[in-house]
Write a protein that binds this ligand. Structure first.
Ligand code: HXC
Ligand code: NAP
Length: 299
């Protein structure tokens, strides 16, 4: 991206200090780029240290500024606490947090084991809450204002057939957003969420559309504006919600999906006609992608 992709003036985010979980790849990376380009100090966390280093190096080379990789597994509360200690010692309180890290894969629900459910819920539902809680305690103790965004899906309204652990976990974060907007709003800590439609990323496509290209006609036809999301569109919305000038927006979940959810789309309900063979093949492809990523984890 370059500054022409952003609808805001250069320097808009100067003085902002933002942590983006899962900021090394995909949507997290593009939101990190948008914040950095507009002058924020950015921290990105994830389990693959090498991926974070590479992203930070690439974005620093492209835009300058301060972007810091923070290897951290958000399933581990002690690791989150250490990460926050580092960030606070590095320049003071965060002013914003994006709960973006996630795990997901398509599966018939009857094929899931308890470990499969935990693999997703421990990242999305528990991990995002632990990150929010650790930062929240610090903001409250110091009387600091902050903006928290959680990246959800429109399944929080429609349900998510064939992605039930993810849909349940994201729905939990939706309720966290609504609840803490009220509970912590008076302390100056506000909560909003973004529910993206399809924005093709390597991580999502390997696990949700295994073996398919990112813009199949089936995906695009279900979206009223006939296309998938463009990355800068998401970055602009995230910057808006993080910036203090949107302070009056609190407790909202905003879909950015070209109208797909209003048109009754956006979920994997159409997989109901898949055969056993298709599910076996998809599972093998997904587990191959999972294994490749696991091999790169450093925390
Ligand atoms: C059924 C499966 C499975 C599958 C794994 N499992 N894949 N079960 N169908 N396709 C089961 C395994 O058999 C095992 O249970 C358990 O899940 C854990 O498997 P592992 O292979 O050890 O998984 P692990 O690598 O630890 O974790 C899986 C993961 C991981 C959470 C998906 O790959 C991860 O951290 N991914 C992060 C990146 C990611 O997923 N990005 C996509 C986000 S996209 P048993 O009992 O057999 O041991 C997204 C988009 C939403 O959310 C909206 C789009 C519109
Ligand atoms: P992605 O590139 O796979 O992003 C997921 C990120 O989460 C990775 O960087 C991963 O890094 C990190 N992560 C996973 N588990 C973690 C853990 N335990 N601790 C720390 N970090 C962890 O996929 P994406 O498509 O960009 O998805 C980003 C977010 O957007 C997710 O919340 C997803 O549900 C949401 N979303 C995406 C779409 C879409 O179309 N792409 C649509 C709707 C919603 P490591 O593996 O290195 O830890």
């Amino acid at each position: 991206m370059n500054l022409d992709d952003m609808m805001f003036k250069p320097g808009l985010m100067k003085g902002e200090r933002i942590l983006i979980t899962g900021g090394g790849t995909g949507l997290g990376k593009v939101m990190a780029e948008g914040c950095l380009m507009l002058g924020a100090e950015v921290y990105i966390c994830g389990r693959r240290g090498g991926v974070l280093e590479e992203t930070a190096g690439e974005l620093r080379a492209a835009h300058g500024g301060k972007i810091t990789p923070m290897p951290c597994d958000i399933r581990v509360p002690e690791a989150i606490h250490d990460m926050m200690d580092h960030i606070w010692a590095d320049g003071g309180a965060l002013t914003g947090l994006i709960n973006n890290a996630a795990g997901n894969f398509i599966s018939r629900t009857e094929d899931l084991s308890p470990r499969a459910f935990d693999a997703i819920a421990n990242i999305v539902f528990r991990g995002s809450f632990f990150v929010t809680l650790d930062a929240g305690k610090r903001w409250i103790a110091e009387g600091k204002k902050a903006s928290v965004i959680s990246i959800l899906t429109t399944w929080v309204w429609s349900g998510g057939p064939f992605t039930v652990p993810s849909a349940m976990s994201k729905a939990g974060l939706n309720v966290m957003t609504q609840s803490l907007a009220v509970e912590w709003g008076a302390k100056g800590i506000r909560f909003n969420a973004i529910a993206p439609g399809p924005f093709p990323t390597e991580g999502a496509w390997a696990r949700l559309s295994p073996g398919q290209s990112s813009e199949t006609s089936q995906t695009v036809n279900s979206i009223p504006i006939n296309r998938v999301g463009h990355m800068p569109e998401l970055a602009n919305l995230a910057v808006y919600l993080l910036h203090p000038m949107s302070e009056y927006v609190n407790g909202q979940t905003i879909a950015i999906d070209g109208g797909a959810w209003n048109a009754g789309g956006g979920s994997f309900g159409s997989l109901a006609n898949w055969t056993d063979e298709q599910w076996t093949e998809a599972r093998a492809l997904i587990q191959g992608a999972n294994a490749q990523d696991r091999a790169k984890r450093t925390v």
